[in-house]
Design a protein around this ligand. Structure first.
Ligand code: C2E
Ligand code: CA
Ligand code: CA
Length: 584
């Protein structure tokens, strides 16, 4: 027996785990080496009785535990085993550890005789766990709560009864990609940190500011009160809440949350000092009020986002309005109908002649999509092309127009000495996969059209895409034998650099440059210069949207060789155009 006791004692001594034996009165009677090491108590006599508050055990968050909650006390009092309880223990040297404790009642002859308390130091893994949790809920760059945490918070708010009036605001840094180009990643990080600080100050104890994506923040304000009359401070008292207290209020423009948001933007829009470099930035903000503008977190976020989109490009704050959701609805309906139209072939292509002046001979025909929907009526391409672009339908649509137009060219040119070419509009998104030249090659092959009969019209928007990729594709199209027109020139950025970069044959001047030009001497200078520039660069210059004889004479005098517009011909169906007549 004695030898087995000795063996047990040896085993205890080599254990990594601290083990302490207490008798029925809670007095420690034995402790192994690990117990001394972990607690920092060198002598058995230093171990207090387990009922003694001198242990000063706390829960891991640092709240003192009553002795009744000590695991050993529980095991002694109730006779049940307590497992894996984490406590904070302060060692005699002042250092604290997190220990994981087990307390097992000791029985002798069926009678409770004491308890065995075993424990390990889990401080490192505890801290790591906390750090991981904090990282999961906080954005490491700004230290602000992240999307996950703030949506949890919003869920809680929406679940409260009665719901506390809350404003959900999405704030975004305008034109971030451009800014990033200018100040670089490091500068942008620093800027985001500064913005985060200002937001935290502004929101203070009225709510939280969270960091959503790199240039987007979410503010949850539980008490959007009126602005402070004096001083620049944004904070205000608890009075004048927005919410169910004022259900009859319909004035949406001038709610306290809106005033608060406007003030916030006033403070944010302007110059930030990035370690000596002055950077001018503007912000936009969209918000929705709970519960008037939405009742669920998802709805509130969606509506705030919609309001944000409706700020356009102005550095302003906007509240959600139901009509914004209606816009989205119409878009969705449009998308649905368009999908059907593509599938059932209720789209057609009309052609508008591009004439050489002064002979007034048709040189080419621009293919323009027409959609007559049984439900929606006539829908303008200006409305459905953007929908097709954002929904991805534009690729199918583009391929359809391309084949249709090439087929038409084959028909027109069958018995013609001087061939007509067709102009097909190409949307930037059709370049995004990088395989557009293959699509064109395939369409040429299927229709048997001569590549020289095809001109592809692109706009300056291609510059916003991956320009090297677009340029490469345009060169590939030229290599096939097709020609390229730069469309709508004079409306967007009118980038001169782009003119020298892209392999352009035609420069099409937008009708905004052309219309009414005969009445305005300054625009005459502008138009004349642009035409000369185009000619100098070796392009054929085409004036679009010519409606009046005065406009025609002016553009002709400037040197435009080609003209397109209602004055000469409207877009028409192939039947109306009747170009197959034998005299051509
Ligand atoms: P766009 O490429 O600038 O096409 C010229 C637009 O100007 C056409 O409008 C045409 O009907 C209109 N137009 C022509 N002459 C005159 C004129 O003298 N006065 C006025 N006020 N307007 C004139 P439409 O057909 O409504 O097309 C609008 C836009 O939709 C087109 O502008 C083009 O960007 C886009 N689009 C049309 N078809 C297609 C297509 O098949 N693919 C792509 N990606 N876009 C297309
Ligand atoms: Ca065009
Ligand atoms: Ca155009």
């Amino acid at each position: 027996l004695r030898s087995s006791e000795a063996q047990a004692a040896t085993m205890l001594e080599v254990l990594e785990e601290g083990v302490m034996l207490v008798d029925l009165s809670g007095r420690p009677v034995q402790a192994n080496a690990a117990a001394h090491r972990i607690t920092g108590l060198t002598d058995l006599r230093e171990f207090p009785n387990v009922f003694d508050p001198a242990w000063k055990l706390m829960d891991p968050a640092g709240f003192p535990l009553p002795t009744g909650a000590y695991p050993a006390v529980q095991a002694l009092r109730t006779g049940v085993t307590v497992r894996d309880t984490q406590v904070l223990f302060t060692r005699p040297d002042g250092e604290w550890i997190i220990a994981s404790l087990n307390a097992i009642p000791l029985l002798e002859g069926g009678q409770q005789a004491g308890a065995v308390v075993s424990f390990t130091d889990v401080t490192a893994s505890y801290l790591l766990q906390r750090q991981l949790e904090a990282q999961a809920l906080h954005d490491p760059l700004t230290g602000l709560p992240n999307r996950r945490q703030v949506t949890t918070l919003l869920k809680q708010l929406c679940g409260e009864r009665p719901p506390p009036p809350t404003a959900v605001m999405i704030l975004t840094l305008h034109n971030f990609p451009n800014l990033l180009d200018r100040i670089g990643r490091q500068g942008a990080d620093r800027l985001i940190q500064l913005v985060a600080q200002r937001l935290e100050d502004a929101v203070s104890d009225r709510g939280v500011a969270a960091h959503l994506t790199e240039h987007e923040f979410l503010l949850l304000l539980t008490r959007p009160g009126p602005p402070e009359p004096a001083g620049p401070e944004l904070l205000s008292g608890p009075e004048s809440l927005v919410g169910p207290e004022s259900p009859g209020e319909t004035d949406r423009s001038d709610d306290p949350a809106g005033q608060w948001a406007a003030q916030l933007l006033d403070r944010l829009n302007g110059t930030f000092d990035l370690d000596g470099q002055a950077v001018h930035v503007t912000f936009r903000l969209g918000y929705a009020l709970h519960p008037e503008d939405g009742r669920t977190p998802a709805e509130l976020l969606r509506h705030a986002d919609l309001a944000l989109k409706h700020t356009g490009h102005s550095p302003a704050a906007r509240r959600f309005e139901p009509v914004m959701a209606a816009d989205v609805e119409r878009r969705l309906r449009l998308e649905e109908c368009l999908q059907r139209a593509v599938a059932t072939g209720t789209l057609s292509v009309h052609y508008q002649p591009v004439m050489a002046v002064p002979q007034r001979e048709i040189r080419s025909l621009e293919a323009l999509l027409r959609w007559q929907d049984p439900v929606l009526g006539t829908v303008s391409p200006a409305e459905f092309i953007p929908v097709a672009e954002s929904s991805g339908l534009i690729n199918d649509l583009g391929t359809f127009v391309l084949r249709e137009a090439l087929c038409q060219a084959v028909r027109w040119n069958a018995r013609r000495r001087a061939p007509l070419s067709v102009n097909v509009n190409v949307s930037v998104t059709q370049f995004s996969s990088g395989t557009f030249p293959d699509v064109v090659r395939d369409a040429l092959h299927r229709t048997g059209a001569d590549p020289r009969w095809l001109t592809l019209e692109v706009t300056e928007a291609v510059a916003a895409q991956d320009l090297p990729s677009v340029t490469r594709q345009l060169h590939a199209l030229k290599a096939l034998g097709a020609r390229i027109a730069l469309d709508d020139f004079g409306t967007g950025y009118s980038s001169l650099a782009l003119l020298s970069q892209l392999p352009i044959d035609f420069l099409k001047l937008d009708r905004l440059l052309v219309q009414g030009v005969h009445l305005d001497p300054r625009r005459q200078v502008l138009l004349r210069s642009v035409v000369h520039l185009g000619l100098e660069l070796g392009f054929v210059v085409v004036a679009e949207g010519v409606e009046l004889p005065e406009e025609l004479s002016f553009v002709q005098a400037c040197g435009c060789a080609h003209v397109q517009g209602f004055l000469l011909a409207r877009p028409q169906s192939p039947q109306q155009l009747n170009l197959n007549a034998p005299h051509h």
